[in-house]
Design a protein around this ligand. Structure first.
Ligand code: GLA
Length: 378
């Protein structure tokens, strides 16, 4: 299905935006902490043409039979549901959050297609949001910068889609660069691009999509976020980012055991991001393996967001010679990553697939990703 088949004419522009993998720094973004994601070479493409009236129409290759439309004057979260909220929500958030005046703007016909796997924790939703945000910003000549567009994407995800997520995914999708990770301070949105240098080191990142579905709008993700806010309040800080490893003994005294372990994950994870950045700069990617594994263990034991499939992917990859491995993204399913020698990739992928079969788990999807450029006009 294409734009042409749905709307009967050709689009005038195409924008695309990538999904992301987080190298390290999980559940730190909404604690004002540090993250280190990269944009991947799996993208969502938005094909667009301007309309003469003030109606937005959206269709997608996932659901080609339905074309949904909404007049710009009726944008509001209760008029959006399903995946179209990722598109309508951006127009709404540009107005509500970034103060864009849409009163004299034209609508668009939009068609979305994507090769970012949905439900794998690789930010297929942020890829739609960011491609559309960049497109609307350009086509409506709003003049917003990419950091503001990331905030717009997050605002839409939080209030139009209804998932209480942080700023990481949209930042990675908008700010990613080839062969590099985005070091982001989620409080200030200051960023630095850090060389990954995988190719020069004979390394690759393997993604193991467990195909265990996760849903962030409900349940565990919000519960973790609430625990973190509770922990910060008891510790008397604005956000867990304001604590360091030296504060943990005091946290152990003041907090109940569960909240303490949630806090310990976030505080040590922030430190691991800083350590990873330093290690990448000084010693290169081969030296970050232990940090990745420590991050996984912290998510498994302290934050309790892993699932047996993710643990098996990580342990099997490590047993078969991966440099490092961890679950990536929000958890409760989704994907793990393994940093592997290029030559070992096939053997590690096979070992993981066999281990899943032996455990009676659904067959995982295993593939390599490369750090790619962020959202752009194609
Ligand atoms: C999801 C959210 C992000 C971040 C991660 C966990 O991907 O969308 O904002 O919180 O989980 O690191």
């Amino acid at each position: 299905m294409t734009f042409q088949q749905v709307y009967g004419y050709e689009p005038t522009v195409r924008y695309s935006a990538p999904g992301r993998v987080n190298l390290i720094g999980e559940h730190t973004d909404y604690n004002d902490g540090y993250v280190l994601p990269f944009a991947i070479d799996r993208r969502t493409v938005a094909s667009i043409a301007q309309r003469d009236d003030r109606v937005l129409r959206v269709a997608s290759a996932f659901d080609p039979s339905s074309v949904v439309e909404l007049p710009l004057d009726e944008l509001s979260p209760d008029r959006m549901d399903g995946w179209s909220a990722y598109v309508f929500g951006i127009a709404w958030a540009l107005r509500e959050h970034a103060g864009a005046d849409l009163s004299d703007k034209h609508g668009f016909d939009v068609f979305i297609e994507s090769d970012v796997p949905v439900g794998a924790g690789l930010s297929s939703s942020a890829a739609i949001e960011c491609g559309v945000a960049l497109a609307f910003n350009d086509l409506w000549e709003l003049g917003l910068d990419r950091k503001t567009l990331a905030r717009v994407g997050q605002y839409s995800e939080n209030h139009a889609v209804g998932a209480p997520t942080g700023i990481m995914d949209q930042s990675a999708s908008l700010l990613g660069e080839q062969d590099a990770v985005v070091f982001l301070d989620c409080r200030t949105l200051d960023t630095a691009v850090v060389d990954l240098a995988l190719e020069a080191n004979g390394l690759e990142v393997l993604v193991v999509d467990t195909r265990v579905e996760h849903a962030h709008a409900t349940g565990g993700y919000k519960a973790r976020r609430d625990s973190c806010e509770h922990g910060a309040a008891v510790m008397g800080v604005e956000a867990l980012r304001d604590l360091s490893v030296e504060d943990l003994p005091r946290a152990a005294e003041l907090l109940d055991d569960e909240t303490f372990r949630r806090v310990r994950h976030v505080v040590t994870e922030d430190q691991r991001v800083l350590d990873t950045v330093r290690t990448l700069r000084e010693d290169g990617p081969r030296a970050i393996g232990d940090l990745l594994v420590a991050s996984h263990e912290s998510m498994r034991d302290d934050f309790e967001i892993s699932v047996p499939e993710l643990d098996l992917a990580v342990s099997t990859a490590m047993e078969h010679g991966a440099v490092g491995a961890r679950m990536t993204g929000g958890g409760f399913g989704g994907a793990a990553i393994a940093l592997v020698d290029r030559e070992a990739r096939g053997a590690i992928a096979e070992a993981v697939t066999s281990a899943f079969a032996a455990a009676g788990y659904r067959e995982p999807t295993v593939f390599t990703v490369h750090a790619a450029q962020g959202a752009r006009r194609d």
